[in-house]
Design a protein around this ligand. Structure first.
Ligand code: 8YV
Length: 313
């Protein structure tokens, strides 16, 4: 186990298997993690690169259960080549992550964090003026890049909650029950040019790495706001900073970064028009518990010779 689980889920694992708990990201636990690999039949955790260097030291490994929906930190070809099953936790985190993305959208447009700090720092000494105004959200057009579960949940919030026309760009047209007339599949170019908000809700793959680059920022509607809830590496952060500093982009709400935790020296950390969150997309008590339960179910099923419904294809 390389990410702490709730006690009841640890008890379920211990009732069925010998368990080693070791977070390889922690120097004081890496030795225990390395020592457990040669005899491990299963791994469970998140946010750690399970690649060839790990798999080569785990000859008995049958299943890896990720407490996440994103699986970009797993070497899928190496897992497949070894016949090791990877499972993840889709679905249970959809609504919470969509809440986070929409909160970031509103916070970025209405300057919520900046203005809350204005009060906290004792700067509210007279009636606010136009210099502190934000921008409306309701009725504006939102463009969603990546229209899977999370993207569609964001669309529901935008269309049904805030009267926002929704454009999306996805590898295929998507049926959206209840959103008929509210959402439209468009080209990447149209989405960039017509959206007041661009929400990134796609997985990190070789195709999406660096997708939001200087030319795509330039193609965005002037004054648009970028919201990233996918993976940091989807965005060229230097190009984003340039687009913000040149005034082409109005603001950015970011929950993920190319390097996490965000380095102290990163300009994104204190940029006046960036609202930065520490990768809290699914981070609520309820949802992280549900993810842990599903990940534990997945691992127990796979190690018992049953097929989990959450296998990564
Ligand atoms: C988690 C996530 O923060 O599910 C994902 O892909 O990025 C988040 O839900 C992370 O994976 C650790 O659980």
């Amino acid at each position: 186990v390389f990410r702490e689980l709730p006690d009841d889920q640890m008890a379920r694992l211990r009732a069925a298997h010998e368990v080693t708990v070791a977070n390889p990201k922690r120097a004081d636990q890496r030795k225990a993690f390395d020592a457990a690999l040669p005899t491990a039949h299963g791994l469970i955790g998140a946010s750690y690169s399970i690649d060839e260097t790990v798999l080569a030291r785990a000859p008995r490994l049958e299943a890896v259960s990720s407490i996440s929906v994103g699986v970009d930190n797993y070497d899928l070809p190496a897992l497949r080549q070894r016949g090791i099953v990877l499972t993840h936790t889709p679905g249970v985190l959809t609504e919470t992550t969509a809440d986070t993305l929409f909160a970031l959208l509103i916070a970025s447009s209405r300057r919520i964090v900046e203005l809350a700090n204005h009060v906290r720092d004792g700067q509210w000494t007279h009636n606010i003026d136009e210099s502190l105004f934000g921008w409306d959200v309701h009725g504006k057009t939102v463009g969603i890049l990546g229209f899977g579960r999370i993207g569609q949940a964001v669309a529901r919030r935008a269309a049904l909650g805030f009267g926002m026309p929704v454009l999306y760009h996805h590898r295929r047209e998507v049926e959206c029950p209840g959103l008929e007339g509210h959402v439209k599949a468009v080209s990447m170019e149209a989405l960039l040019a017509e959206s007041d908000f661009i929400v990134l809700a796609l997985p990190l793959t070789e195709e999406t790495r660096g997708l939001m680059n200087a030319s795509r920022f330039a193609a965005m509607k002037r004054g648009a706001i970028l919201i990233n809830g996918s993976r940091g590496a989807v965005v060229d952060e230097e190009a984003l900073l340039a687009a913000l500093d040149h005034g082409h982009l109005r603001a950015a709400g970011l929950d993920v970064f190319a390097v996490e935790p965000l380095p102290q020296a990163s300009p994104l950390r204190r940029h006046p028009r960036v609202t930065a969150l520490p990768h809290i997309g699914s981070a609520t008590h309820e949802t992280r518990y549900a993810m842990a339960v599903l990940a534990t179910d997945n691992l127990l099923q796979e190690l018992a010779g049953e097929r989990s419904e959450c296998r990564v294809p």
